[in-house]
Ligand binder design. Structure first.
Ligand code: CA
Length: 224
């Protein structure tokens, strides 16, 4: 899952990026409204953390412009304390959730997990695909209750596929959602990761749809 953090306070920006990376997300960061607006308009994010008080272009305007150009990614806004009118403006501009500064990192992580999975149509933090369960909170996966040993890249791929279960995901879409913008992207490496993942979770769980991409599915449901 790839997130964008737009926050002008360099310390808070760094803290957020570290905490989110620790939680297994890949992160792009921006330090002002203009940079944030541009990234949000050009890169596909699974969620965005947007401070409202930003230099260059304020957060509410950034959000309005994203929404006007059809961007539907979930947005969590960060607001200063006692600025209730800012929150209202943020929600009216298209925010999905908010946190008031200062906040606990754990709460931010929980809210983001909820936003990402709801955007993908899931209501709980564990996604079940037959006997495969993907724990998006603990960044772990299980088959029949037995934990799988996955690398962080393998988990990212499995997590993205499981959020979009039964949908065909192209290699370029996967690449865009599991690497940040600075990563030297090579879509061939996706194939390698998919190969390793298949060895660990069972070949028949990830179908290759020729020319289109990959689809995570429940092999038991295919037999019937
Ligand atoms: Ca600020």
């Amino acid at each position: 899952m790839r997130l964008l953090v737009v926050e002008d306070d360099p310390d808070l920006n760094r803290q957020l990026v570290l905490a989110l990376e620790d939680a297994g997300y890949v992160i792009d960061k921006a330090f002002d409204g203009e940079e944030g607006l541009f990234l949000g308009e050009t890169e596909p994010y699974d969620a965005v953390v947007l401070d409202l008080g930003l230099p260059e272009i304020d957060g509410v305007t950034v959000l309005e412009r994203w929404r006007r150009s059809g961007k539907v990614f979930p947005v969590l806004i960060l607001t200063a304390r006692d600025r209730w009118s800012e929150k209202v403006a943020g929600f009216d501009a298209g925010a999905d959730d908010y946190l008031t500064k200062p906040f606990h990192t754990e709460e931010l992580l929980a809210r983001l997990r909820a936003l990402v999975r709801r955007a993908a149509g899931h209501v709980t933090s564990t996604i079940e695909i037959g006997d495969l369960s993907v724990d998006t909170k603990g960044a772990r996966a299980f088959i029949n209750g037995s934990p799988l040993k996955l690398t962080s890249h393998e988990f990212r791929i499995l997590s993205y596929l499981s959020h979009h279960v039964d949908r065909v995901i192209s290699r370029s879409e996967l690449t865009e959602h599991i690497y940040d913008q600075d990563f030297d992207r090579d879509s061939n490496t996706i194939e390698v990761f998919i190969g390793r993942l298949r060895k660990k979770i069972g070949t028949n769980r990830i179908a290759t749809v020729r020319g289109l991409g990959y689809r995570l599915c429940d092999p038991a449901s295919l037999d019937t």
